[in-house]
Design a protein around this ligand. Structure first.
Ligand code: 5GP
Ligand code: MG
Length: 178
């Protein structure tokens, strides 16, 4: 299907599953080349990453661990306002190479925040691998070591990404049209 509707919005096809999966296997090849000899913990950021992580991991050919965390947003009492807590992280990342797995990096604020939290657990190093990247929106100075597909600054759904909770199950990626 080339056009779909989710809730009040219309979307049209942007990336086919085949193209996405071939980019993901390229990412896996890069990781296999550069991270193989290390003690790696892959850390998926839920919910959006689930399909990406599943496809990526089928193509990783070295011994590694895979874990997931979730960000909880809540109104804090501090002057900074909205504080995000990292749920599900435990201490077994100490002295390990942590590779954050994201569905999409937009402004980069989420990655900045996660890295700050992870550093408290004293990993050897932290890298980021994202399926999608919006270069025009990116505000952070942190490097993104592994980028799958660069996309324009438009809202997309599918392949794990949602619009108000819906659309995560779509096998292709769709871009909003209105
Ligand atoms: P950032 O903190 O880099 O601005 O945004 C990261 C998060 O915003 C992503 O993990 C994702 O949950 C959400 N996000 C950013 N762009 C999009 C998009 O185009 N579509 C959807 N569904 N989520 C997005
Ligand atoms: Mg996300």
């Amino acid at each position: 299907m080339n056009k779909i509707k989710i809730l009040d919005k219309s979307f049209s096809i942007f990336l086919h599953e085949k193209k996405i999966n071939s980019k993901i296997s390229k990412l896996a090849e890069e990781l296999n080349t550069h991270e193989k000899s290390k003690d790696v913990v892959f850390l998926g950021i839920l919910n959006g990453c689930f399909m990406f992580v599943s496809e990526l991991m089928k193509n990783i050919d070295f011994d590694c661990r895979i874990s997931f965390v979730k960000l909880a947003s809540y109104q804090g009492t501090s002057s900074t306002g909205n504080i995000k807590e990292l749920l599900g992280i435990n201490d077994d990342i100490k002295d390990k190479t942590v590779i954050i797995l994201e569905d999409i990096v937009d402004t980069g604020y989420t990655i900045d925040h996660i890295k700050k939290e992870l550093k408290k657990h004293n990993p050897a190093e932290i890298k980021t691998c994202t399926m999608l990247f919006k270069p025009e929106a990116y505000q952070s100075k942190e490097p993104i070591e592994y980028k799958g597909i660069e996309i324009p600054n438009e809202f997309i759904v599918g392949y794990g990404l949602d619009y108000n909770g819906y659309g995560r199950n779509l096998r292709n990626i769709y871009q909003v049209t209105n």
